[in-house]
Design a protein around this ligand. Structure first.
Ligand SMILES: Cc1cc2nc3c(=O)[nH]c(=O)nc-3n(C[C@H](O)[C@H](O)[C@H](O)COP(=O)(O)OP(=O)(O)OC[C@H]3O[C@@H](n4cnc5c(N)ncnc54)[C@H](O)[C@@H]3O)c2cc1C
Length: 329
């Protein structure tokens, strides 16, 4: 039996950010992940300046491909707005492994199946014991399932379905493009160029609303593939899918000494479904709560990427109407 102060289940952005804070504070911690890193993670890999600042990341110190966009192109059913911006893209395959290594935390490849309370401690699969537990295992996090799961179903109206593909591509347009609500899509599709000749394209849409329309996300993929070919001369291959949940303001965050972070707590923003930033902040805040003995809160973990103003609220409403409270906290 291996005994430590804190176990972090999941080594993605939420887990790595928590691990870095805890490790720097001298806690005896262990990160468990079912995958060996670097691992594949479906994600467009768009990151905001806030992510860099939360990670205290100097672009020049990042050892992998990193691209900054000069403009964001918003296409809304035809009309088009090019907004000057400073936003960035990374490849999750590289970024997550780098973050985890940078945390300096001990890592063990292990698929967590069974978690139970044992007095003040948590026991994992009869192999690991800890006093504090951070759930950072994404949508199907076993911490949530074991300690928060029963009677806490996810809010179905907040589930996003996605399809995406990342592939080598000699792209010519180095800006990011987002197409909202095309062909009635309850969501948006994207074109995110990356450094070193990579491109990520995909679709995200609210799953319940797609089902109500009697549609399949693959139909929308065909529309996107056609558009990419016409507009950029690009022919994407077969995509892969994954689903996660946007911000549920009523979801529980902690029970006893167990804390949920990132996708396990459904923290992605409601307007653009951006989850990397909220994952990192929540991981850092869970670590802070453990280190200082203070309450774990999501203060500063926004529910909106577009600033929470009118546009942000309109997009949130268009995506998640019927799902309760709109906008950022
Ligand atoms: C197609 C797509 C595109 C996206 N694009 C963007 C984007 O451009 N920008 C953005 O900000 N967000 C984007 N997101 C959302 C973003 O990817 C997630 O919100 C983010 O990865 C959440 O981080 P996390 O650390 O909570 O979880 P994850 O990154 O999912 O990490 C969870 C980790 O837990 C591990 N794990 C799971 N179960 C177990 C288990 N039983 N035992 C041990 N380990 C386990 C997994 O292997 C994984 O490494 C996108 C999502 C999708 C699906």
């Amino acid at each position: 039996m291996r005994t430590v102060d804190v176990i972090v289940v999941g080594g993605g952005p939420a887990g790595a950010a928590a691990a870095q804070r805890l490790n720097a504070a001298g806690a005896n911690i262990l990160v468990l992940d079912k995958e060996r890193f670097p691992r594949h993670k479906l994600c467009a890999g768009w990151i905001t300046p806030q992510v860099l600042s939360d990670l205290q990341l100097e672009i020049s110190a990042y050892p992998h491909g990193f691209l900054s966009f000069r403009r964001l192109h918003f296409h809304v059913r035809g009309p088009h707005l090019a907004v000057p911006c400073v936003q960035h893209s990374i490849r999750r395959f590289e970024f997550d492994a780098w973050l985890l290594e940078r945390s300096g935390a001990k890592f063990f490849q292990h698929t967590v199946r069974d978690i139970r309370s044992d007095g003040p401690d948590y026991l994992i699969d009869g192999m690991f014991r800890c006093r504090h537990l951070i759930g950072a295992g994404g949508t199907s996090c076993p911490v949530r399932r074991s300690l928060f799961g029963v009677g806490q179903p996810r809010t179905r109206t907040l589930q996003t379905a996605t399809l995406e593909l990342e592939f080598p591509c000699d792209w010519r347009d180095g800006d990011c493009h987002l197409w909202f609500f095309e062909h009635g899509l309850p969501g948006y599709s994207w074109y995110v160029p990356k450094a070193a000749g990579w491109l990520n394209v995909g679709i995200g849409a609210m799953a319940v609303r797609l089902r109500r329309r009697g549609e399949n996300i693959r139909q929308h993929w065909s529309h996107l593939a056609g558009k990419l070919q016409r507009q950029f001369g690009i022919k994407p291959g077969d995509p892969s899918g994954y689903s996660y949940y946007v911000r549920d303001f009523s979801a529980p965050l902690s029970v006893g000494n167990a804390y949920l972070t990132g996708d396990s707590a459904a923290l992605a923003t409601r307007d653009l479904c951006e989850g990397i930033g909220p994952a990192i902040r929540s991981g850092q805040q869970a670590a802070h709560a453990i280190i200082t003995g203070s309450e774990y809160t999501l203060e500063g973990v926004t529910g909106a990427s577009l600033g929470g103003g009118l546009i942000s609220r309109c997009v949130d409403w268009a995506f998640t109407r019927g799902a309760g409270r709109c906008g950022s906290p």
